[in-house]
Design a protein around this ligand. Structure first.
Ligand code: DHB
Length: 404
């Protein structure tokens, strides 16, 4: 019996690249391919509204911000974003500035992931790119052949099939695409952490001109920003913490205790608009390619949030991948795909190390001994108190050049 009788679809679309996942990685890939005249259709289980209101990281490397501006996604970054020439590490009750500009001639942009997503989704709509949000039952078929397909049910209940040359799995940290790589061929590397982040959005003025990464004996805190009147803050918590147990007063008391010090620094308080517990881990799956399927962003690797590498890394993956796919769809064919993993992976493992290092540097492990706390303070002093230490942090935090 023909397959169409078994499981009929309403439309069949031939497209060079089908992208599973329409977050920043999937949409930026579709955008870069579109600019080069190659069509890519993206699908996502989440609605546009759901993605746009899922609060994530807020820091873009200079290079990532420049790519978004120069490829015509948005110049809103330049108007609505804030360029930060440094950051503060706070420990022992004092702040120590790491001056990115002076140390490595670089800066970063405070521009939330939610805005990056909105800009990308708007750019796709403007450029006539197809994105299906809010789909159900996405299935990737024949990924190990040169005729892979993606089937899904659109939000309006119609059934669709994309017949592609390549399928990209950009479906985030709970990726189903990565599970398509046969067990015997894939290796998963990773580690768990005995803590999570409690993230809040607060209606309050800014408390500090730049981000503050705070170490304290009570645990880590990060003071970030969103606008003049809305701030983003996080503090280390137990992974099983429940947001219902955290009224505003308890949140502020916890944050204040973690940044308190001899200099009298205090956060400006206000109503908490949103709260969530963010679990994290370090994870990499190899290979990043199986047959006609390629994995990008969180689908292939996740990092702890400390140091804000996740989004930047995903944007780097798709920059490399767009170049490789254009070569593969051109004269070179599949052979070009072999370049993707080595070019992406070098930065991935650097970022894995940096994110894990910065997490361990600043968080307090449950049951940490007095020795461990003092050792950490010694490490922090080595980071802020030596030029090499400061330059190391500045260079890792602001990113590295794109793989050639
Ligand atoms: C933000 C998040 C991070 O993980 C980080 O390292 C810096 C900033 C943020 O949400 O603003």
């Amino acid at each position: 019996m023909p397959e169409s009788v078994v499981d009929p679809v309403d439309t069949v679309t031939e497209v060079p690249v089908a992208v599973v996942g329409a977050g920043p990685a999937g949409l930026m890939l579709a955008h870069l391919l579109g600019r080069a005249g190659v069509d890519a259709v993206a699908v996502d289980l989440r609605t546009r509204e759901e993605i746009a209101t899922t609060h994530r990281a807020g820091i873009l490397e200079d290079g990532a911000a420049r790519d978004l501006v120069e490829t015509g996604v948005s110049d809103r970054i330049l108007r609505a974003g804030h360029e930060h020439g440094g950051t503060e590490l706070r420990f022992g009750g004092r702040s120590h500035r790491i001056d990115f500009r002076e140390l490595v001639g670089a800066s970063v942009w405070l521009y939330p992931q939610t805005e990056v997503f909105t800009d990308l989704a708007d750019a796709r709509a403007r450029d006539g790119g197809t994105v299906h949000f809010g789909v159900r039952g996405t299935e990737v078929l024949d990924a190990d052949t040169d005729r892979p397909r993606v089937r899904f049910t659109a939000a309006d209940g119609t059934r669709h099939e994309l017949r592609a040359r390549y399928v990209v799995g950009a479906d985030g940290s709970r990726s189903t695409c990565r599970g398509l790589v046969p067990e015997r061929l894939r290796t998963r590397y990773g580690t768990e952490y005995p803590f999570a982040w409690f993230g809040v959005l607060a209606q309050a003025p800014v408390s500090a001109p730049e981000l503050v990464y705070a170490h304290s004996e009570h645990g880590f805190a990060l003071i970030s920003q969103r606008t003049e009147t809305v701030q983003r803050m996080y503090f280390q918590c137990d992974p099983d913490e429940r947001t219902e147990d955290w009224p505003d007063e308890r949140i502020w008391a916890t944050l204040q205790a973690r940044v308190a010090g001899e200099d009298g620094f205090r956060l400006v308080e206000g109503p908490i608009l949103e709260r969530s517990v963010l679990r994290f881990r370090s994870f990499v799956q190899e290979p990043m390619r199986w047959g006609s399927l390629l994995l990008a962003g969180d689908a292939a690797h996740t990092v702890p949030p400390t140091g804000a590498r996740g989004l930047n890394l995903a944007l780097h993956d798709v920059k490399v991948l767009a170049g490789v796919l254009l070569r593969a769809l051109g004269a070179e064919g599949d052979a070009a795909l072999a370049d993707y993993q080595p070019l992406a992976l070098r930065r991935i493992w650097r970022a894995q190390h940096f994110s894990s290092w910065m997490t361990r540097l600043l968080h307090t492990a449950p049951g940490a001994t007095a020795f461990e706390l003092r050792r950490q303070l010694g490490e922090l002093d080595g980071v802020v108190g030596t030029r090499a230490g400061r330059a190391y942090l500045a260079e890792q935090y602001t990113g590295w050049p794109t793989a050639a």
